[in-house]
Design a protein around this ligand. Structure first.
Ligand SMILES: Cc1cc2nc3c(=O)[nH]c(=O)nc-3n(C[C@H](O)[C@H](O)[C@H](O)COP(=O)(O)OP(=O)(O)OC[C@H]3O[C@@H](n4cnc5c(N)ncnc54)[C@H](O)[C@@H]3O)c2cc1C
Length: 403
């Protein structure tokens, strides 16, 4: 069982086979797969608990509805882990609050039926055989709350959401790793062979393998070892609405394809989000991400266009029914993560840049990283390698920015 603790002089490790910087969902998943591979892993988390930064801000959703084969494969494998999580981590009965209530991408665009039929045909051709095209009437048949304006949708029943907190702690508890809380990495030591250790506020850990999983701080951490990563940091907000009888609790994750505004049920109420609500400039990574109280009004106004019951909810809302939080996306130019070795520094590995999909891809992305550490996966077989940027293989905005 993984040990999660604040170390003292006696328990602080002098060395480890792998040091993972960051105790969010990706650091914990990396530690789990490293332990499974027989590696002695130590995770450094500067905060008081795991999963307390970006992972805590997440909408916690997952989907396999992507359009590129490597993304579809990664998400299908990750969802299979979620579906069998207790067994995977070896803790009978462990519960991650898995809700497979589906993902509905719908729209009022009159040209959508043709476009979405073609998209679904493409997705099926790359292995997503359970994605469906729905007409507007089919959407309303399944979900009577949908507006008469809805013209078409894509649907996958096995998409959904979970508890990102329980997922992170499950990976940690199911591992054999040590998780050092309130332990801040301050430098990565490099010698002629490559990575040589990690300096922290509590002392130095000697290691030949470091994995950077520091969320929005990953770019800054990589610079300590001389690595420049193409990461951009963007604020994203989430709004939780307290329980209201008009919010259908059997609804799926529901996304307006034209705008990206989204909502899903959450314990009697709902979680809402919208990447395009406000213009966001790239920023520095920070721990306390400010919220903006214009956000709830903007997102409510948007979601009520295709789901009119939101008008009733909005009319009844009081300030104390709305809970706002914010975190930061760590974006790459093609919106896909950077996984595996950093080519110029032997022993330096990356598990970063998930561009808003780090919870859903955490199992398979982290498994890839560990498979490259152990040599089980060849870096040239890795579609998420760092070198794709140097080779100019990046096509911008390959996948939609919605969750
Ligand atoms: C509003 C919002 C909604 C989102 N919704 C979804 C969603 O529905 N589905 C989805 O898949 N993804 C979603 N995401 C993205 C997802 O939350 C992230 O991709 C994921 O949490 C990244 O995990 P992480 O472990 O890399 O980052 P984090 O959770 O940020 O963890 C990194 C950790 O590293 C620690 N750290 C940093 N520097 C150091 C250091 N020097 N020393 C020690 N520790 C350090 C930090 O304290 C932090 O705990 C959303 C994000 C936001 C902001």
């Amino acid at each position: 069982m993984g040990k999660i603790f604040v170390p003292d002089a006696q328990t602080f490790p002098a060395q480890a086979e792998v040091v993972i910087i960051g105790g969010g969902v990706l650091g914990a998943a990396t530690a789990f797969y490293a332990s499974k591979a027989g590696l002695d892993a130590v995770v450094l988390e500067m905060r008081d608990s795991l999963a307390s930064l970006t992972t805590a801000a997440s909408e916690e959703c997952f989907r396999a509805q992507f359009s590129e084969p490597e993304n579809v494969a990664m998400m299908k494998a990750s969802i299979a882990v979620f579906e069998n999580f207790a067994e995977v981590i070896g803790i009978p009965g462990y519960d991650i609050s898995l809700h497979q209530q589906g993902y509905l991408f719908y729209t009022s665009d009159p040209e959508a039926p043709e476009k979405l039929r073609a998209q679904v045909a493409h997705q099926r051709s790359i292995g997503l055989d359970d994605v469906e095209f729905w007409t507007g009437d089919e959407v309303r048949h399944h979900f009577p709350w949908a507006s008469p304006q809805v013209t078409a949708a894509t649907w996958r029943a096995k998409d959904g959401w979970l508890s990102a907190h329980e997922l992170t702690y499950g990976f940690a508890k199911g591992s054999q790793a040590r998780f050092l809380l309130r332990t801040r990495a301050t430098d990565i030591l490099v010698d002629a062979q490559g990575v040589a250790g990690v300096e922290t506020n509590r002392g130095t850990i000697a290691t030949r393998t470091v994995v950077i999983a520091a969320g929005p701080f990953s770019g800054q951490v990589a610079q300590w070892a001389g690595a420049e990563l193409p990461l951009t940091i963007l604020r994203r907000q989430k709004c939780i609405i307290a329980p209201h009888p008009a919010i259908p609790q059997d609804a799926p994750m529901t996304i307006d394809l034209s705008t990206g505004a989204l909502w899903r049920p959450e314990v009697g109420g709902a979680a809402l989000g919208w990447s395009n609500a406000l213009p966001e400039e790239p920023s520095e990574p920070i721990e306390n991400v400010p919220t903006d109280w214009t956000f709830p009004a903007l997102v409510l106004e948007e979601v009520m266009k295709l789901a009119p019951f939101w008008e009733k909810v909005a009319a009844d809302l009081k300030r104390e029914h709305v809970f706002l939080s914010a975190g930061q996306y760590t974006m790459t130019p093609d919106h896909k993560p950077i996984l595996g070795p950093y080519p110029d520094v032997p022993g330096l590995f990356l598990n970063v840049g998930y561009s808003g999909h780090g919870v859903m891809a955490s199992p398979e992305g982290s498994r890839y990283v560990v498979a490259m550490i152990t040599g089980e996966m060849r870096p040239e077989d890795n579609p998420f390698c760092f070198e794709r940027f140097a080779r100019g293989e990046v096509c911008i905005s390959a996948e939609k920015m919605v969750l």
